[in-house]
Design a protein around this ligand. Structure first.
Ligand SMILES: [Zn+2]
Length: 458
C-alpha cells in the first residue's frame, strides 16, 4: 500500500455534504483513495509521501464536462472569429476535414496539459469528426500519458448537406458504421469502476448533423451497456428554427421523443430552454454542460443557470472546443459562469433571477461536484473518505490575490484566473510547483503549432 499525506493547507474546500471548509486542513490517501480529511493535527503524521501545502488553498480537482480537443488546432482562425454558430461551423468544417490521426493525438495532449495547469483532473471530450484514418482510439491513447481522467465521447455526424444537414457530405459517416464503432469502443475501453481513468460516452453531435434514427439507436446502444449519452442541444436560435422547420418541434421535445431523457443524458449549452422545459429536465434527471465563454464568443445567449439550480437540474462547467473559447482554462470558466449569470440577472431578470446573484462558491460547486454529477461520477468532485484523491492546490501568495486574503475561496473565482501549483489525480502528481510533469511542454507547443499550420494549409 502507498500512502500520501497532504497537510497544513490554509483552507481545504471539501464539497462534502456540509460544504465544510477546513482551516489548516489536509487529507490522508491510501492507494489513490482518500481515507481521512480534517485539520492537520487530526491526521496521521507520517506517510510514504508528505506534501506540505501551507499558504495554499486546496480544492477538489475541477471537472470539465464539454470540450473538443481537436479544435485547439483551429483557435482564432481569422475567417471564423466574428461569426455565430452555423456560419462558424460552415467556415471550419472544410479545415477539420483535413484532420489526421497525429493531429488528434497532439491536440489531445496539448488540451489536457492546458486543462491540467488550470486545475482540471477529469476531462470530458466530444470528438465527432473522423476524416481519413482518425479514430477515438488516437485520443484515448494520447491521453494516457497525461494522467487526467478522460470521458471520451464517440461523437458522430451522419446528416450531410445533400440530406438537409449542415456539414458537408465529405465529413459525415454511415450510421451503421458509427454504431458498430461506438460498440467496439465501449467494449474495448469503458471502465465503470470507482477510480476509472477512461469512460466511453455515446454522443451524436446535434439535431442538425444527425438523423432522428441515429439518436434513437444511440440511446438504445448506450443503455444496453450502461454508458452515458451526450449531445449539443438548444445552443442557438438557428438550431431552434431548424428543429421547428424540419421536425415541427422544439429541441428538447425532439430529444425526448427520441428517448433522450434521463439521468444518463447531458446536453452541452442548453441555453434556449423555457421554464417548462427546465422543469422537464429536472424531472427526468438530464444534466447540463454550461459553457459560458463559448456562448459569449458565438453570441449564442445566456443559459438559465439560476433557473436550473433552483429546479434541481445538475449543472457542470465546460470550456467547450478551443475554436470557440479560445482557451481551456477551468478557473476562467468558473469566473465567466459567475459573471454571465449576473449579467443575465440585469438584462433578463424574469429568466435569470433578480433576488440573488450567482456566488463564487456556486461557480466552484459547478466546476467540481456539479460536473461529477453530470458525468455520473460518485468517486470524484469532493474531498471526503472513499473518494479518489483528485485535488488541486493554489498558492495564495501571488499578486492576483493580494488584498483578497479575507476570503481565499471566493478569490480564486473573483480574481484573475491563475494556473494551479499542484494537480494530483488518484494521488499522483500531474502538476507540481506550477510545472506540468507529463511531457516536455515546450516541445508539445512546437509540435502543436506545426500541426495547426499544416492543417490550415492542407
Ligand atoms: Zn461543443
Amino acid at each position: 500500500m502507498t500512502t500520501l499525506l497532504v497537510r497544513n493547507a490554509a483552507v481545504l474546500v471539501t464539497m462534502d455534504e456540509e460544504r465544510r471548509e477546513i482551516a489548516d486542513g489536509g487529507i490522508f490517501v491510501e492507494d489513490g483513495f482518500i481515507t481521512q480529511v480534517g485539520p492537520t493535527d487530526q491526521l496521521p503524521s507520517t506517510a510514504d509521501e508528505i506534501l506540505n501545502l501551507s499558504g495554499h488553498l486546496i480544492l477538489p480537482g475541477l471537472i470539465n464536462t464539454h470540450h473538443h480537443f481537436y479544435q485547439n488546432l483551429t483557435r482564432v482562425v481569422p475567417a471564423a472569429q466574428n461569426s455565430n454558430l452555423f456560419e462558424w461551423l460552415v467556415t471550419l468544417y472544410p479545415i477539420w476535414a483535413g484532420l489526421r490521426p497525429d493531429d488528434v493525438k497532439i491536440s489531445t495532449q496539448l488540451a489536457l496539459a492546458e486543462l491540467a495547469l488550470s486545475g482540471c483532473t477529469t476531462a470530458s471530450d466530444h470528438l465527432y469528426i473522423y476524416p481519413g484514418a482518425c479514430r477515438l482510439d488516437d485520443e484515448i491513447e494520447a491521453a494516457g500519458v497525461i494522467g487526467l481522467r478522460l470521458h471520451a465521447s464517440r461523437g458522430s455526424m451522419s446528416l450531410g448537406e445533400s440530406k438537409g444537414g449542415l456539414p458537408p457530405d465529405s465529413v459525415v459517416e454511415e450510421e451503421n458504421e458509427i454504431l458498430k464503432d461506438s460498440q467496439r469502443l465501449i467494449e474495448t475501453y469503458h471502465d465503470p469502476e470507482p477510480g476509472s481513468m477512461v469512460q466511453i460516452v455515446v454522443a451524436p453531435c446535434s439535431p442538425f448533423t444527425v438523423t432522428p434514427d441515429l439518436m434513437r439507436e444511440s440511446a438504445l446502444l448506450a443503455r444496453a451497456y450502461g454508458v452515458k449519452l451526450h449531445t449539443h442541444l438548444a445552443e442557438d436560435v438557428d438550431e431552434e428554427v431548424f428543429c421547428q422547420d424540419r421536425f415541427n418541434s422544439r429541441p428538447l421535445t425532439l430529444a425526448e421523443s427520441l428517448d433522450w431523457a434521463g439521468e444518463d443524458v447531458w446536453f452541452a449549452h442548453a441555453i434556449h430552454m423555457n421554464a417548462d422545459e427546465v422543469s422537464r429536465m429536472a424531472a427526468s434527471g438530464i444534466g447540463v454542460a454550461h459553457c459560458p465563454s463559448s456562448n459569449m464568443r458565438l453570441a449564442s445567449g445566456i443559459a438559465p443557470v439560476q433557473r436550473y439550480l433552483s429546479a434541481g437540474v445538475k449543472v457542470g462547467l465546460g470550456v467547450d472546443g478551443s475554436a470557440s473559447n479560445d482557451s481551456s482554462h477551468m478557473l476562467a470558466e468558473a469566473r465567466q459562469a459567475m459573471l454571465i449569470s449576473r449579467l443575465g440577472s440585469a438584462v433578463a431578470p424574469e429568466i435569470h433571477g433578480d433576488d440573488s446573484l450567482l456566488t463564487a462558491r456556486q461557480a466552484l460547486e459547478m466546476a467540481t461536484l456539479g460536473g461529477a454529477k453530470v458525468l455520473g461520477r460518485t468517486d470524484v468532485g469532493a474531498l471526503k473518505p472513499g473518494m479518489c484523491a483528485d485535488f488541486i492546490a493554489i498558492s495564495l501568495n501571488r499578486i492576483e490575490f493580494a488584498g483578497a486574503q479575507h476570503d481565499p475561496v471566493s478569490a480564486v473565482v473573483f480574481c484573475h484566473p491563475v494556473n494551479v501549483d499542484y494537480n494530483y489525480v488518484h494521488g499522483k502528481p500531474v502538476v507540481a510547483e506550477g510545472e506540468f510533469l507529463g511531457l516536455e511542454i515546450e516541445d508539445l507547443i512546437t509540435k502543436h503549432n506545426k500541426a495547426a499550420q499544416e492543417l490550415i494549409n492542407r
